[in-house]
Write a protein of this length. Structure first.
Length: 128
């Protein structure tokens, strides 16, 4: 599947007392990159949620390889590995230049307003 790349600059507020990116911030970066992935495909998540369709993270596996630091410019690559009826599996990685810093595999489930799984709308699955 096609991948999308998001550039992210690291600011002081992203770092911990050791001067490196706080580990939980990577989850935010991955979320931003997934949102941009959808946007580049023309999928407007606000419109889907207004219509009662939401995508929620059901699980993830993350591997930290090397730290990012204040001032770094990172590239966050995102693509979908697999799509099922009500879920999709993203693979994402963060690099600084060519150095791999973090890898993540995320399962995202399509749900309704009551958080009950539902099929991914065909409008979305056909674009992805």
């Amino acid at each position: 599947m096609e991948k999308s790349v998001l550039e992210k600059k690291i600011y002081y507020h992203d770092t911990d007392c050791g001067g490196v990116v706080y580990y939980a911030n990577y989850l935010k970066y991955f979320e931003e990159a997934r949102t941009e992935y959808f946007a580049k495909k023309g999928i407007v998540l606000n419109e889907l949620s207004a219509a009662g369709t939401f995508f929620v993270v059901a699980g993830l596996e993350i591997k930290y390889k090397s730290p990012a630091r204040y001032g770094d410019k990172l590239l966050i690559a995102t693509h979908i590995e697999k799509i099922k009826a009500a879920s999709m599996y993203f693979y994402q990685e963060i690099k600084r230049n060519e150095a791999l810093l973090v890898q993540c595999q995320t399962k995202v489930v399509c749900v309704d307003r009551d958080f009950i799984p539902k099929p991914i709308p065909s409008l979305v699955s056909s674009i992805l």
